[in-house]
Design a protein around this ligand. Structure first.
Ligand SMILES: Cc1cc2nc3c(=O)[nH]c(=O)nc-3n(C[C@H](O)[C@H](O)[C@H](O)COP(=O)(O)OP(=O)(O)OC[C@H]3O[C@@H](n4cnc5c(N)ncnc54)[C@H](O)[C@@H]3O)c2cc1C
Length: 42
């Protein structure tokens, strides 16, 4: 989930694992990948 160059990641951003650590980890991984891509690093 993102708004411009502001990226959100936490358990509440997760559709399938909301309320669990898994949700936080998965959305963090997605956000990190987007940040890397948006900075032209990959
Ligand atoms: C008692 C308890 C037991 C749990 N047991 C389990 C379990 O067994 N398995 C499981 O999968 N899940 C469990 N959970 C749920 C799990 O802890 C959460 O789903 C998970 O930690 C959410 O991660 P998050 O990164 O979204 O948020 P958080 O872990 O809440 O992280 C948010 C971070 O942001 C920081 N923060 C807040 N406001 C600001 C600010 N203004 N500036 C800077 N930093 C800020 C907070 O200090 C915090 O470190 C449990 C939760 C509780 C309360």
């Amino acid at each position: 989930m993102s708004l411009g160059n502001l990226f959100f990641a936490d358990t509440l951003c997760s559709q399938n694992f909301q309320g669990y650590i898994e949700g936080g980890c998965r959305t963090a991984k997605i956000a990190a990948a987007k940040i890397i891509r948006s900075n032209g690093l990959k």
